[in-house]
Write a protein that binds this ligand. Structure first.
Ligand code: MN3
Length: 247
């Protein structure tokens, strides 16, 4: 006997999804695209929402479970959906996101703004989830040396990064970026990042949009930034630094 509750739930979610796409102006072509693409021989040219590498509540008490769930499953999902819509039917659909962001000026003008916002959002959040972990750890020797060269020590790096996070007016990100093996702290508005102007590759970034902290921290952005520092996945950041410093 079919489980009616399950069936109703999944039908509702499909209806909601389709409704969202339709109302957001995706058009009929896009609605049909996912299933056709999966059936065809060539791989689907769509970006997908990555699965978090831990449970929603894994970063408690520093980052709360409800924020993690809404932030990833709704905010990040919207960036992915809107990015797919913006690039549907273009040669850029599903291309590696780094190259898309570095080549924004080559995109058709009418989709450039949407790709900047939603492609930036997809890249930034895909990185952000990996930057955090409940297990802590510490930077590698090579990363520690780069931190000392650029900022004197990790305490001072955190101080400067926090300043960048606090002085970013409105929504945006505070970053530690890598350029030719050297570290630098910057901040960016909205979903921009330094791939867009070629000034460096994000190594570590803090989302300072209110949606990243409001449920738990309300207007206390400083407390959220301190909490983020406690859940940095240093193994991931160290490996990322090694890869970026090489290339
Ligand atoms: Mn966010």
């Amino acid at each position: 006997m079919p489980n009616l509750t399950q069936e109703t739930l999944s039908m509702n979610s499909i209806t909601r999804r389709d409704l969202f796409r339709t109302t957001a102006g995706a058009g009929v072509a896009f609605l049909a695209a996912p299933s056709l693409a999966i059936a065809a021989d060539e791989p689907a040219k769509l970006y997908t929402l990555p699965k978090l590498p831990y449970a929603f509540d894994a970063l408690e008490p520093h980052i709360d479970a409800m924020t993690m769930e809404i932030h990833s499953q709704r905010h990040h999902k919207a960036y992915v959906d809107n990015l797919n819509k913006a690039l549907a039917g273009t040669d850029w659909a599903g291309k590696p996101i780094e190259g898309v962001l570095a080549g924004l000026d080559k995109l058709p003008e009418k989709v450039r703004g949407a790709v900047r916002n939603n492609g930036g959002g997809h890249y930034n959040h895909s990185l952000f989830w990996q930057l955090m972990s409940p297990k802590g750890g510490k930077p590698s020797t090579a990363l520690s040396k780069a931190v000392e060269d650029a900022f004197k020590d990790q305490v001072n790096m955190f101080k400067l990064l926090k300043e960048a996070a606090m002085t970013r007016f409105g929504s945006g990100w505070a970053w530690v970026i890598v350029k030719e093996g050297k570290l630098k702290i910057v901040s960016s508005p909205n979903q921009d990042n330094t791939l867009m102007d070629g000034s460096g590759t994000p190594l570590l970034g803090i989302d300072v949009w209110e949606h990243a902290y409001y449920l738990k921290y309300q207007n206390k952005r400083a407390d959220y930034v301190d909490a983020f520092f406690k859940v940095i996945n240093w193994d991931f950041v160290s490996e990322r630094f090694a890869a970026l410093a090489k290339g």
